[in-house]
Each structure stands twice: as structure tokens, then as C-alpha cells.
Design a protein around this ligand. Structure first.
Ligand code: HEM
Ligand code: CA
Ligand code: CA
Length: 300
């Protein structure tokens, strides 16, 4: 089973080594922190938190277009390399992923979350499992709730975990259908749930001369490098970047929770810790199940 400090006897430095690897990678490339947090969402929602998202090769999750903009793989791999020197064959890639996401939040001023460890690595990774399990930006609140509840996650978990969008960045093609430039070159708002001025700013940042699949914009226009509750205040100001962010304000069930989190960062941090742990233990393999991968990119 999972337990807190699972590696205390077998690899006492495990959590420290992951934390150090995340810290030093982020000093050279701060954008790594958002990528590490997103990675755990895409791992845990597809086949549980089993590091299936890391496997390279034809037809794996990583090869699916829905996962094309994921990053942070090299950080996980380099933590693994250090761990294989100190404790060969002991620490799973699934645990490294969870620990790295936890550490990314802490590095940006968010809560320090104690997470249980002892996950084993899965041996299956299929591209076809990505799209049915990952939420797309055109989903309704109903559809999001359905996906979350199929994973044992509540409406509150949906709103709280969406708070991850308080950090990081997104490519223009994930939100630029919410506005457009008319034939005269003038701005036109398509999605009325988006603030007009904010939408114009976004349109200018995503100008047609730039490739929408490479240009990125901050998820949180106010404090993109701080893990805080600003995301919820942005939602109240109609500055949610994705349609799915704005949608949380349109539905009574989710709006009530947004209001609470927008008003009190301490409550957000407490709820975040609970929801993050809940997500991080979804569908885990334990005991003799799965394996401890030698390289996070390939099954043994
Ligand atoms: C609820 C449904 C969700 C939707 C529709 C969604 C959608 C997206 C999209 C489209 C992006 C931009 C990707 C890109 O263009 O590179 C993004 C970024 C991000 N998402 Fe989500 N997401 C959701 C939930 C979550 C959850 C649960 C987490 C983690 C707990 C998360 C963490 C992140 C982070 C940290 C980024 C920034 C990545 C970076 O900086 O590279 N998201 N999300
Ligand atoms: Ca997985
Ligand atoms: Ca923020």
C-alpha cells in the first residue's frame, strides 16, 4: 500500500533528490514548473497515476496529439538518473511524477503537500486512452463533472484542481476560437463569457503572423509565476483563459465554490492539498503490481 515516506528505509534521500532536481531545473528554465504540474493531471487521468504518460514510442500516450504540448519529461528523467545511482531499482517513475508536481507548487509559493508514496509503474501506454479521459477546452461543466466523477473526484475537486491554472502558460490555439479578427482586421468577441479588453489583449498576443501552436500566453494574466488564488479572482473578472475556466462561473454548482476560493487563499491551499492527494492516488498500482522502471521513458 501507499504510505507517507514509503522510501524512508529503502531510499531516504528520495524526496530530497526529486526536490533538488526540480529546483535546479527551474532556475535555468522557470517554465518547467507549470509543465511538471500539468504532467501529473495527464498521467493520473489516463489509467491512474502509473507514469504511463512518460513512455516513448509509436502509439503510446505521449504520441497522441492530445499530449503533444506536454513537457517536463527531461526533469523526471534526470531525477530518475540520480535516484538510480543512489538507490537502483527502488523509486518508481509514478512517484517521481507526483513528487515533482508537489515540489513545483511549493517552488512557486503554494502549499507544501505531504503525499503518500509507494506507487508502482504501469507497463501499458496507449494513445487511444488519452482523448476519452482528458478534458478538452470545449467541454461543458456537466461533461467535466462526469469525467471527474468517473475518477472518484467531486465537483469541488474539479474547481480546486482547475486552480492549477494560476501558473503556467498555454498555446494560442487552445483559446483563440473565443475571439477573431474580422475581414477588416477588427477585433470581434465570439465568447461573451470573456472580458472584452482581456480578449483583445489575447488577440494581439496571438496575432496571425505568429504560429498559434508555438506562441504561448500566461494562464494567469496577473500572477503567472505564483501559486495563489488569483485564478479564482480572474474567473470573477471574466478573465478565465480557457472556455472551461470561464464555464466554472456560469454554473451555480461550481460558481459557489469559485467564490469561496477567491475570497480566502488559506481555504484554497487546504482544499488544494486534499484534492491534489486525491488525484495523486487515483488507480495506483502497489505491492507486486507493475514494476519499477529503470528508465522512465521505457518499460523494463
Ligand atoms: C479541468 C479541465 C482542464 C482543462 C480543460 C485543461 C486544459 C489545459 C490547456 C488547454 C492547457 C494549455 C496547454 C498548452 O497549450 O500547452 C493547460 C495548461 C495547464 N494545465 Fe490544465 N486543464 C484542465 C485541468 C488541469 C488540472 C487538473 C491540472 C493540474 C492539477 C492542470 C494543470 C495545468 C498547468 C499547470 C498548465 C500550464 C502548463 C505549462 O505551463 O506548460 N490543468 N490546461
Ligand atoms: Ca497514467
Ligand atoms: Ca497565480
Amino acid at each position: 500500500d501507499l504510505s507517507f515516506n514509503f522510501y524512508a528505509g529503502s531510499c531516504p534521500g528520495a524526496e530530497f533528490i526529486v526536490r533538488n532536481t526540480v529546483r535546479s531545473a527551474s532556475t535555468t528554465d522557470p517554465s518547467i514548473l507549470g509543465k511538471l504540474l500539468r504532467l501529473i493531471f495527464h498521467d493520473c487521468f489516463v489509467q491512474g497515476c502509473d507514469a504511463s504518460v512518460l513512455i516513448r514510442g509509436n502509439g503510446t500516450e505521449r504520441s497522441d496529439p492530445g499530449n503533444a504540448s506536454l513537457g517536463g519529461f527531461t526533469v523526471i528523467e534526470s531525477a530518475k538518473n540520480v535516484l538510480e545511482i543512489f538507490c537502483p531499482g527502488i523509486v518508481s517513475c509514478a512517484d517521481i511524477l507526483v513528487l515533482a508536481a508537489r515540489d513545483a507548487v511549493e517552488a512557486l509559493g503554494g502549499p507544501v503537500v505531504a503525499v503518500p508514496t509507494g506507487r508502482r509503474d504501469g507497463t501499458v501506454s496507449l494513445a487511444e486512452n488519452v482523448r476519452p479521459n482528458i478534458i478538452d477546452t470545449d467541454f461543458t461543466v456537466d461533461k467535466m463533472i462526469t469525467v471527474f466523477s468517473s475518477k472518484g473526484l467531486s465537483v469541488q475537486d474539479l474547481v480546486v484542481l482547475s486552480g492549477a491554472h494560476t501558473i503556467g502558460a498555454a498555446h494560442c490555439n487552445t483559446f483563440n476560437s473565443r475571439f477573431k479578427r474580422d475581414p477588416n482586421g477588427n477585433f470581434e468577441l465570439i465568447d461573451a463569457s470573456l472580458d472584452n479588453n482581456y480578449a483583445q489583449t489575447l488577440m494581439n498576443k496571438c496575432s496571425s503572423s505568429m504560429d498559434p501552436t508555438t506562441t504561448v500566453v500566461n494562464n494567469d494574466p496577473e500572477t503567472s509565476s505564483t501559486f495563489d488564488n488569483q485564478y479564482y479572482r480572474n474567473l470573477q473578472a471574466h478573465k478565465g483563459l480557457f472556455q472551461t475556466d470561464s464555464a466554472l462561473m456560469e454554473d451555480e454548482r461550481t460558481r459557489k465554490i469559485v467564490e469561496i476560493l477567491a475570497n480566502d487563499e488559506e481555504i484554497f491551499f487546504e482544499r488544494w492539498s486534499e484534492s491534489f492527494v486525491k488525484m495523486s492516488v487515483m488507480g495506483v498500482r502497489v505491492g507486486e503490481e507493475g514494476e519499477i522502471r529503470r528508465s522512465c521513458s521505457f518499460v523494463n
